[in-house]
Ligand binder design. Sequence first.
Ligand SMILES: Nc1ncnc2c1ncn2[C@@H]1O[C@H](COP(=O)(O)OP(=O)(O)OP(=O)(O)O)[C@@H](O)[C@H]1O
Ligand SMILES: [Mg+2]
Length: 206
Amino acid sequence: MKRSQKRVNAQIPARYTQHCTLAGFHERGNASLASAKRRIARLVDEWPMAERGLLLMGPCGSGKTHLAVAALIEIIAQGKPGRLLFSNFQDLIQEILASIDSDHAPSRSEILEPILTADLLVLDELGSQKPTQFVQDMLYYIINTRYNEQRTTIFTTNYLDEPRDPKEESLETRIGKRLRSRLFEMAERVLVEADDYRKNVSGKWV
Ligand SMILES: Nc1ncnc2c1ncn2[C@@H]1O[C@H](COP(=O)(O)OP(=O)(O)OP(=O)(O)O)[C@@H](O)[C@H]1O
Ligand SMILES: [Mg+2]
C-alpha cells in the first residue's frame, strides 16, 4: 500500500498530519519531554515487534497527541507494516451514541471493528469523557479486547496516577480500578510534563 494511502487510512486529524513529526518535537530543555521523545523513537524502531504500548500522561498542551501521532507518521514514513489508526475517545463515543439514534449511520460494530483490530491504535484523551456507565462499558470492551489480542495501543490522558493537586481526580477514578490495572500490563507509563505549548505565541520554544 502507498504511504499516502496509509496516512489517510490512519485517520490522523488534519491539524496534526503536517507538523507532528519526531524531528519537529522540541525538547524545550525539559528532561521529561526529552525522555518521552526517546521512548516514542524506541517504539518506532522496534515496530512491529513492540509488545507493550505506551500511556502518555500529562497536562494540557504538553505534547502528548503530537508524540502519539509522530509514532504513526514515522512508522508509515519508514515503510513499516501494520494497520495503524488514530482515534479520539471523545469523538468515538459521540459517533457510537449517534449510531444508536440513526438508521443511516454505521452500526456500533462497524464503528468499533477497526478500533478493535488495528495493529497499532492511538487512543487519544483517555478519561476525558464524563465516566458514565456507557462510557466505562465501551472503554472496557475496547481495552479488554485489545488486551486479550495483545495488540499495541498508545494512550494519552490528562489524568495522573497520583495527581499533584489533591483536588484533581486520578486516572483510576476516571476509568475505574479494573481498567487501570489492565493498562499497567498493556502500556508503559510515560510522563509528558511541560507547560502548555499552545501558549507559546511568541515562538520562544521553537
Ligand atoms: N515539544 C513540542 N515541540 C513542538 N510542538 C509542540 C510541542 N509540544 C506541543 N507542541 C504543539 O503544540 C500543540 C499542542 O500539543 P498537543 O496537542 O500534542 O498537546 P496535548 O498534550 O495532546 O494536549 P491536550 O491534553 O490538551 O490534548 C500541537 O500543535 C503540537 O504540535
Ligand atoms: Mg491531546
